[in-house]
Design a protein around this ligand. Structure first.
Ligand SMILES: Nc1ncnc2c1ncn2[C@@H]1O[C@H](COP(=O)(O)OP(=O)(O)OP(=O)(O)O)[C@@H](O)[C@H]1O
Ligand SMILES: [Mg+2]
Length: 267
């Protein structure tokens, strides 16, 4: 860590009609960590991911990554700048195989231009081979090595989450944003997913993780920030933050959500 945050969000505002989904959000994520972003349902976590990754342009504010402004860039340009994400719900075409989904996620280089592709056929073929090898390596890393030829639709919920992570890794990003990586996943696979994220982090991969499972947040994250109604209300180490009265009250105020307050208190 060099003291400068890798990802910096400054005074970000997003409105949907009359709703302020983000109302002046500031966030500093240092290099080398698994950083958690938590908060009750509807507090703005996915909206913040959408802003960082170029899917939503903020009404106000800036996003900086490794010293470079991201706000205003397209999702593809953000990915090329080193930030990739997974989505809260499954998006993979279910009638394509796991490997086809992986190749779909591969960054295009020489194949980007048809003319270049036609004139540099050998280079394109070489790139395809490279992508294929890389995809197998990544699938092995996320325990999907034996699923390459199966339809994405045949995977369990947890395996689909792992495929999303694997697809993000195809781009070789410096930071990955995970939107609820263990939601709806069976407990044994939750442990495996957490172990894979931890291992990737030890290998130098940076993560920003949105998750409602507080046990996972506690075991995985070095630091967390709490969003409530579009405002960051707390930040620090998980144990300290999850023990705070105002954080508990934020969850209580929105009881009936998936993120029940008992999950904050007990786990
Ligand atoms: N495209 C949209 N159009 C209108 N309102 C939206 C849109 N996306 C999000 N919102 C609203 O913005 C607020 C924040 O939503 P967001 O999805 O960011 O919350 P979240 O913290 O990710 O919630 P959850 O934990 O349930 O996934 C909510 O009030 C939501 O209804
Ligand atoms: Mg969300």
């Amino acid at each position: 860590m060099n003291g400068h945050p890798l990802l910096k969000v400054e005074d970000v505002h997003v409105h949907f009609g009359g709703i302020a989904a983000l109302a002046g959000v500031n966030l500093s994520v240092p290099e080398g960590l698994i950083y958690g972003l938590i908060g009750p349902n509807g507090s703005g976590k996915t909206t913040l991911f959408n802003v960082i990754t170029g899917f939503i342009r903020p009404d106000r504010g800036h996003v900086t990554f490794a010293g470079r402004r991201l706000d205003g860039l397209s999702p593809d340009a953000v990915a090329r700048a080193g930030v990739c994400r997974t989505f809260q719900s499954h998006r993979q075409p279910v009638t394509m195989t796991v490997m086809e989904n992986m190749l779909l996620a591969a960054p295009m280089q020489s194949g980007e231009s048809l003319f270049r592709a036609a004139t540099r056929f050998a280079a394109v073929r070489g790139e395809e081979r490279g992508n294929l090898e890389r995809a197998y390596e990544i699938l092995d890393m996320v325990m999907l090595g034996d699923k390459a030829n199966e339809y994405a639709g045949s995977l369990s919920g947890g395996q689909k989450k792992l495929l999303s992570l694997a697809q993000a890794l195809m781009n070789g990003p410096r930071m990955i944003l995970l939107d609820e990586p263990v939601a709806g996943v069976n407990p044994r696979l939750i442990e495996d997913i957490a172990a894979i994220i931890r291992k990737l982090c030890h290998g130098g991969q940076n993560f920003l993780v949105v998750e409602h499972n507080m046990k996972v947040i506690r075991s995985l994250c070095d630091q967390v920030s709490v969003l409530d109604a579009g405002h960051i209300i707390a930040e620090g180490e998980p144990e300290e933050v999850l023990g705070r009265q105002d954080v508990l009250e934020a969850y209580l105020a929105r009881s009936g959500t998936e993120a029940r307050p008992d999950a904050v208190r007990q786990e």
